[in-house]
Design a protein around this ligand. Structure first.
Ligand code: ASP
Length: 732
């Protein structure tokens, strides 16, 4: 048996062994094809389905109702006519895209009262998983003995062959994905829909109630949902946006339970968790706490101060910077909580203890496992070379992708500036100019030069303070240090650049003169982005990639060793944006001494938090009166309406929007967050503390049906009451 085969056997045996002994499991985001090993445990906790009901390649199953939404979130199908639910924060950039000061859907919400009113979203995709197929054996047999470049080339060719074999002549796309640091390989085939329209969104006072103040916190009262519809061709196949498209009929849609959940009920979350880092070694955890998180937080402190004050100054900027602000502040706040949680839980001490136990166990037997014994040392020595590159990469991402928009916008002109002749010869010039005009006009919609200028000054200055000594981008440093202050650096930069002025760019594009574009080579924005990219690709990326590949190789041995040497413990595979299932139950937590979190919040809590005029806790007056009236209809229970609940399901970013499914396979909520005391769970999961936060489906339905008056959407769903009967609309 080769090393790969042995590792796979260990991984599966680990899952089986652990679950033979365990009454319930919470940690773990499980690969849907391995669920039969967990079926007994899930059924013991209250699931009344089989593993085959959840994931099957032979017939429709729950997986057919789960959608990778826009590549970063999850969504779920809730009608046979293409209707889907996801989070408000997942649809946020689309809601912003359609909003203006006159039609402020962010503030007031949006409801399409007919299909004709549904709004198209260029670039938005909805992807279904066709199948997940274990190809580990084939990959490991073919690659055995190969190293370095030869390994990389052979792996790529093999992956391409496998994908072609499974997708040729179909409308599927696919890829082979490495799991568990390369110990396993799965072919994943998918079908991606391109016409996804906005159907409804509550006002931000519902969908983002509590704002940044309540984000990552429990107790929570946020109706974090939005509604979209997938359209397909007349044969139900993916098609580019077109008025002739018809609503997509999914292979499965979730029945919606209007009975909701009780404390202790079984729940599962089916979605696309992004990434976790459960197998960081102790030195890497220390690095996250001491360097990486502080660097990232410092950069975002700067941008948030600027963007928050701009947004508070008026509606146009509030709308223009809504989505950018949210994506910056979301991770910023999580990193704060993560650092705190890692320290509080002594994650470092626990890792150190595990590592010394690991080495001790690997050393005791008559034939000590030398690979295992060496693994941690190898990871740590690769780490120490890798950390500066990791920090540099983080700074590059913060500046280029979350910083001033002028940089990436300038980069989009690179072909015109550097390659005019090639474009002309290949007949592509006109097309390139037309594309840039479209991009430029999109850019103009949300662009504010004064905010951008402040971002540049503040972030470049912070970047240079924090950059590892050996990895300072020279051009940026010299120009910056030649200026009297960060303000004067940014103001002279913006004075000289054209990329802060979409109208001038449009005029230039219309004229289409080669010489004028050639001159932009010296534009400070173009110069800086090209210099930053050169620095990144020449100085940072090689070290980063070499480091991560060395770490990955040694960690593959470490995780296999953990499963072999600690057979009674769970070592689930890290998340990697592939379809996973987590399960647990509805439960609260007691994260600190004397503190007790109830698992549910109700509508009267919304009124308790209501603060007129407060940006995070204000409410529209019609919502206040509706909440006061308390006319919950069939969505209420015991005179109140459950708004959110927490559970012990292991989730991470990417699980946003995931369906919360009860033991019968019915939808009871939408996952959207974790509690403050869980924010370290991507690195260190603690069963007693870690709780995911979900919005109760009855609150979602009440808002759609009662508050927004969009009952036609509820009519499309399959509502189920306590007897498992279709609850229809008649007994409303
Ligand atoms: N609220 C989270 C996010 O936006 C979801 C999570 O990480 O639990 O990524």
């Amino acid at each position: 048996m080769n090393i790969f085969n042995r590792l796979v056997v260990l991984l599966c045996a680990g899952v089986m062994g652990v679950f033979a002994n365990q009454a319930q499991a919470k940690e773990g985001m499980w690969i849907p094809t391995l669920l039969s090993a967990l079926e007994g445990d899930m059924q013991a906790m209250g699931m009344r389905l089989s593993a085959e009901d959840i994931y099957s390649v032979n017939h429709s199953s729950l997986k057919d109702a789960v959608v990778h939404f826009g590549g970063g979130c999850t969504a779920e199908m809730i009608s046979s006519e293409g209707l889907l639910l996801t989070n408000h924060h997942c649809g946020y950039s689309q809601i912003q895209y359609h909003s203006s000061v006159e039609n402020d859907y962010l503030k007031n919400g949006f409801w399409a009262m007919s299909r004709a009113e549904e709004l198209s979203n260029p670039g938005l995709t909805a992807t279904f998983i066709d199948r997940i197929h274990d190809v580990t054996q084939r990959v490991s047999d073919a690659l055995e003995g190969l190293e370095g470049e030869a390994l990389a080339a052979a792996r790529k060719a093999l992956y391409d062959d496998i994908v072609l074999e499974f997708t040729e002549g179909t409308d599927l796309t696919g890829g082979v994905v490495a799991f568990d640091f390369g110990n396993q390989h799965f072919l994943i085939t998918k079908r991606t829909f391109l016409d996804v329209r906005l159907v409804g969104a509550p006002p931000s006072a519902v969908g983002k109630f509590g704002g940044d103040t309540d984000n990552w916190l429990w107790p929570r009262h946020t109706g974090d949902f939005s509604v979209f519809r997938i359209y397909a061709s007349s044969t139900n196949a993916p098609a580019a946006f077109g008025p002739e498209n018809i609503p997509y009929t999914p292979n499965h849609h979730f029945p919606v339970s209007i009975d909701g959940v009780e404390e202790g009920d079984f729940t599962m979350i089916f979605g696309f968790p992004g990434s976790t880092e459960q197998y960081l070694t102790s030195d890497a955890v220390a690095h996250v706490i001491e360097r990486l998180n502080p660097i990232r937080i410092a950069m975002r402190d700067v941008s948030l101060a600027i963007i928050n004050s701009a947004r508070a100054s008026g509606d146009a900027l509030r709308i223009a910077y809504a989505s950018k602000q949210s994506s910056i502040s979301n991770a910023w706040k999580k990193w704060e909580g993560q650092t705190k949680g890692l320290i509080e839980l002594n994650a470092l001490g626990k890792k150190l203890a595990l590592e010394s136990d690991f080495i001790a166990r690997a050393s005791v037997s008559e034939t000590p496992n030398v690979d295992y014994i060496k693994a941690i040392g190898e990871i740590q020595s690769a780490n120490s070379d890798y950390f500066p590159y990791l920090e540099s990469r983080a700074l590059f991402i913060e500046l280029v992708y979350y910083g001033p928009d002028v940089l990436l916008h300038a980069f989009k002109f690179a072909d015109l500036i550097d390659d005019w002749d090639r474009l002309t010869e290949s007949g592509k010039l006109e097309g390139a100019i037309a594309d840039l005009r479209a991009l430029n006009s999109e850019y103009a919609r949300n662009y504010d030069a004064s905010v951008d200028e402040q971002l540049l000054g503040g972030l470049v200055s912070t970047y240079l303070e924090l950059a590892p000594e050996s990895l300072v981008p020279e051009l940026m440093a010299s120009t910056f240090h030649a200026s009297a202050s960060s303000e004067s650096y940014a103001s002279s930069f913006f004075d000289k650049s054209i990329f802060d002025n979409p109208a001038d760019l449009e005029a230039l594009l219309l004229k289409g003169k080669r010489k004028q574009f050639a001159k932009l080579k010296n534009d400070p924005a173009f110069e800086l982005i090209m210099a930053l990219r050169a620095h990144y690709f020449n100085d940072v990326s090689p070290g980063y990639r070499a480091g991560s590949s060395a770490i990955q190789k040694a960690t593959a041995i470490y995780t296999s060793g953990l499963r072999e040497l600690f057979p009674d413990q769970l070592f689930p595979v890290d998340a990697n944006s592939t379809l996973r299932l987590s399960y647990g139950k509805v439960e609260g937590s007691s994260p600190h001494d004397g503190m007790n979190y109830e698992p549910m919040t109700t509508a009267h809590g919304i009124l308790q938090k209501y603060k007129p005029g407060d940006p995070d806790f204000d409410l529209p007056s019609d919502l206040v009166s509706n909440l006061k009236e308390g006319n919950w209809g069939r969505y209420g229970k015991d005179g109140d309406l459950v708004v959110c609940f927490t559970g012990s399901n292991h989730t991470t970013g990417g699980n946003s929007g995931s369906p919360v499914i009860n033991g019968d396979g019915y939808l009871v909520g939408i996952n959207f967050d974790r509690s403050w005391e869980s924010t370290m769970s991507d690195i260190h999961f603690d069963e007693s503390r870690c709780r995911n936060i979900m919005v109760d489906i009855r609150y979602v339905l009440w808002i759609i049906d009662h508050y927004a008056g969009a009952s036609h959407l509820v009519d499309e769903m399959t509502l189920i009451d306590s007897d498992g009967q279709d609850a229809g609309l008649d007994d409303k």
